[in-house]
Design a protein around this ligand. Structure first.
Ligand code: ADP
Length: 334
């Protein structure tokens, strides 16, 4: 039996939840999405009706779950949370849908991973606010149409392109979340430091922001690790030296690449001579799922010019070789 209720992952998740902004005006950055979403919500409130369904897309850790919670808070309603992988049968979804209350928000994380039969049910529910429940078995089975109260689906996906078109079309508004600028991450960090009650020096905030891959979740996580370091090995001060030492311990490099990023780049250069190499082959070489490499590592590497995408596969760039301190072979496609 476990002595404590949660594993390390639960602890991280709880720490993360504690730092979530609650209202739209506390949400840092993403100016475009914030303005667009603000209008959708304000109009819905003025009409006294549930807003259109909202789809949020972007790499992990950029604030999709946070925005779903904020949408519910701004609408003064509650939120029900589930995810694509949790819905393997149409019945799972039917159960959730039929228990929704009027104007509630249904947050569907990783919506692109929802099982096919459930997808059909979702189309109908989103469009007609109706769910067909099958009662009985075999020849005597009957489909009973159940009317649902109005509600709003907030779907989150790492890439909108992963969704089948009919599902994508049922969202009245799609917000694309972008990686954050360093100054925005500094604001996220300063807000978090305030909530954690720690004195974060500006130089330390800059250092952490610069190495957070444009991602608030990573910034907050690194902040907690720097706090640990300062408490155990330092004198409790969160200054630049503490930040640098802590980040070294956790193997976050100068530009924020972590183990997976470096493994991908290393395989790309050393095993595949700089590519081009297919995504799946590359993923197998680093022992990861292709989806993880594609959605977690790749978007940032491409943005930083550390990896190129060509029709024939992924390629190293001049910057990749430089970053790894390797000399490209004469044949490398840089
Ligand atoms: P996602 O659902 O996109 O994976 P989350 O919404 O769970 O990301 O965000 C991860 C963490 O980052 C949360 O703890 C949240 O507090 C923080 N965060 C994300 N976006 C912002 C933001 N714009 N402002 C402040 N904190 C943010």
């Amino acid at each position: 039996e476990r002595l404590v209720s949660g594993g390390a992952e639960d602890v991280e998740r709880a720490a993360e939840a504690a730092l979530r902004p609650k209202r739209l005006d506390e949400f840092v950055g993403q100016r475009v999405v914030r303005e667009q979403l603000g209008l959708v919500l304000e109009a819905a409130l003025a009409r006294g009706r549930a807003p259109d369904h909202v789809l949020l897309s972007g790499p992990p850790g950029l604030g999709k779950t946070t925005l779903a919670m904020i949408i519910a808070a701004e609408l003064g309603t509650s939120v029900r949370v589930t995810s694509g992988p949790a819905i393997q049968h149409a019945g799972d979804l039917a159960a959730v849908l039929s228990s929704l209350e009027e104007n509630e928000v249904l947050f569907l994380d990783e919506i692109h991973r929802i099982a096919r039969p459930a997808e059909e049910l979702l189309y109908v529910a989103m469009e007609d606010f109706r769910v067909d429940v099958v009662v009985g078995k075999g020849a005597g089975a009957n489909a009973i149409g159940l009317a649902l109260p109005p509600f709003t689906v907030v779907g989150a996906t790492t890439r909108a392109g992963l969704l089948p078109a009919p599902l994508r079309d049922r969202f009245g508004f799609t917000g694309h979340l972008e990686f954050y600028e360093d100054e925005e991450l500094v604001r996220v960090l300063e807000r978090s430091a305030g909530l954690l009650g720690v004195d974060l020096h500006r130089a330390a905030a800059n250092e952490i922001a610069r190495r957070s891959r444009g991602t608030p979740r990573i910034a907050n996580r690194l902040l907690r690790r720097v706090r640990d370091w300062a408490q155990v090995r330092g004198d409790g001060t969160l200054d630049r030296a503490a930040a640098r030492s802590a980040l070294e311990v956790y193997e976050v490099d100068e530009i924020g690449l972590d183990r997976l990023d470096r493994a991908v780049l290393h395989a790309l250069c050393v095993r595949f001579g700089g590519g081009p190499v297919g995504l799946t082959t590359l993923a197998v070489a680093v022992g990861e799922e292709p989806e993880t490499v594609e959605t977690v590592a790749e978007p940032f590497l491409v943005r930083e010019g550390l990896m190129g995408r060509t029709p024939r596969g992924r390629v190293a760039t001049t910057r990749t070789w430089q970053h790894l301190h390797l000399r490209p072979p004469p044949s490398a496609p840089t």
